[in-house]
Design a protein. Structure first.
Length: 287
């Protein structure tokens, strides 16, 4: 990315941001839009948008920018939450600072959040966000934000594995997919029992180009249950598939309720439901 800065692709905020933990002042980097910078490509089964490299701007990855990270103490959160952390969480986050910095240094020896971000900073930002949201109160929907950050981290570690195949980034990719599976299921559970209210105004993503809302949240939860649920124990696998089917089936309304849902979600959800149903039937025959 830094090689591309002769062709302007990002900008830094005019006014500095002050870290609520350590009072460090820094500037947030964002991706410029328009002028053919982003050429939309395929949409994956995980609702991830891929982008085609452009001749002028090269390869751009919007996902490396949405999390604000303090360059000094590595406190990290999405823009809307960064300054809103309460006093109890602040105290705990301050106490966690040394451990937080040490934990990410095990993966990336050198990070720099004061200049143009690269893939390592992008992946690290989601790692740090997961760690920090563990301290946020329920009104911030921290479980869901840990889920979303885990999925996005998996995507970026997959990018890193594609570029540096010998660095064990594939192990980290799988680790964060499994974290995403855990957190998405937990977020659904907590939303159902009232611990965390997943409101309509929440940015569910999972990528940045479209907010697929609660329907997207249900679909991704079911997909991760199918892909990363238990496999070694036949009984647990069957239970995971049944659970995945129940989650995904909530997307199939009738009449207007169904027509109002994004077609991309409905088609992918129906395909996923059929995959889970097929595996269950094969297991019953094989068993």
């Amino acid at each position: 990315m830094s090689d591309m800065q002769s062709v302007k692709v990002t900008f830094f905020s005019k006014n500095p941001i002050e870290c609520p933990l350590c009072s460090t002042k820094f500037y947030k980097e964002d991706l410029l839009s328009g002028r053919g910078r982003l050429i939309a490509g395929d949409l994956s089964d995980e609702l991830r948008r891929f982008y085609e490299p452009s001749q002028k701007y090269g390869e751009l990855l919007p996902l490396i920018y949405p999390v604000i990270v303090c360059p000094s103490c590595y406190y990290a959160a999405y823009s809307a939450d960064f300054k809103e952390v309460n006093n109890d969480a602040l105290r705990e986050l301050k106490e966690d600072t040394d451990q937080r910095i040490e934990s990410i240094s095990v993966i990336f020896k050198e990070l720099d959040f004061t200049t143009f971000r690269e893939l390592p900073e992008g992946a690290a930002s989601f790692f740090l966000a997961i760690r920090c949201y563990d301290y946020f109160e329920h009104s911030f929907c921290p479980t869901f934000k840990c889920a979303l950050s885990s999925l996005r981290a998996a995507w970026l570690f997959d990018e890193l594995h594609g570029k540096y195949s010998g660095e064990n980034y594939d192990y980290l990719r799988e680790l964060f997919y499994r974290k995403a599976h855990f957190y998405y299921l937990l977020a659904l559970e907590r939303s159902q029992d009232g611990q965390e209210i997943l409101e309509s105004g929440l940015n569910y993503g999972p990528d940045l180009d479209n907010n697929y809302g609660y329907d997207g949240f249900l679909y991704i939860t079911g997909l991760l249950e199918y892909k990363y649920g238990p496999r070694s124990d036949p009984e647990k696998r069957a239970g995971a598939l049944e659970n995945g089917k129940r989650i995904v089936s909530r997307l199939f309304g009738t009449g207007k309720a169904s027509k109002s849902k994004p077609s991309a979600i409905l088609e992918k959800a129906k395909d996923l439901y059929e995959l889970m149903n097929k595996e269950l039937k094969e297991r019953q025959v094989g068993g």
